[in-house]
Design a protein around this ligand. Sequence first.
Ligand code: ADP
Ligand code: ADP
Length: 234
Amino acid sequence: EPVVAIKGLKKTYHGEDGDKTALHDIDLTVDKGDIYGIIGLSGAGKSTLVRCINGLEKYDEGSLVVLGEEVGELSTKELRALRRDIGMIFQSFNLMPSRTVAGNVELPLLDTGADKAARAARVEELLDLVDLRDKADAYPSELSGGQKQRVAIARALANNPSILLSDEATSALDPNTTKSILKLLRRLHDTLGLTVIIITHQMSVIKQVCNKVAVIDQGTIVERGKVFDIFVNP
Ligand code: ADP
Ligand code: ADP
């Protein structure tokens, strides 16, 4: 059952110094339950692909179906609903410094209509999920990088998304912290039935946690398959 199905995707930027084709001939299918890694060097087109999946960037050609919907055909309102179904985490965590850990995790719940008590209960549940309950009242500046990313993961999961999209989320972390974050992603995948898409430039990330991988180079996918077949026992 595909969660993301991409066929013949093309995206060209039109800039002052000419056109730049960032993506072309992209075919990619992510099935429910995959931990799918997309790896490539800087400039390969990873961010553009992420923004197309989110509906933040328009594509020129091809089909991009996320959770059964052709993203290019969605209304603004439908796009907002789609984005609630895709939890996102980033290299820079994107936490609000003026809000506590609990306050940050609560943010996506504010426009759901849940009352204060229901939101507090959900925040507690989410902080349990990422082993950070004792930091509920701390501010982001008081946390380590790994703890900040756990907060961001809890926030990304607040509205029960079916996809977690990780955009270089471990790139600012040391190897041991990276390992513990990837273990957490694996556990969330196992317990919540999440489909996880991991964008990275680090081979070690792919090897540690992904079951499938696509290699993107100069805007297109040059290799793809099961991680075991490509990188472990080629
Ligand atoms: P090869 O890469 O040697 O062509 P594959 O079995 O990987 O062999 O691919 C066969 C066809 O299926 C290709 O057209 C490829 O684009 C498509 N394909 C394979 N895996 C995927 C995938 N995960 N998502 C989308 N298309 C795929
Ligand atoms: P990655 O995330 O893998 O580093 P990007 O998707 O950011 O790759 O970039 C892919 C290509 O598209 C690069 O050549 C980049 O310079 C170009 N690009 C990205 N964003 C824009 C933009 N807004 N305007 C013009 N070119 C862009």
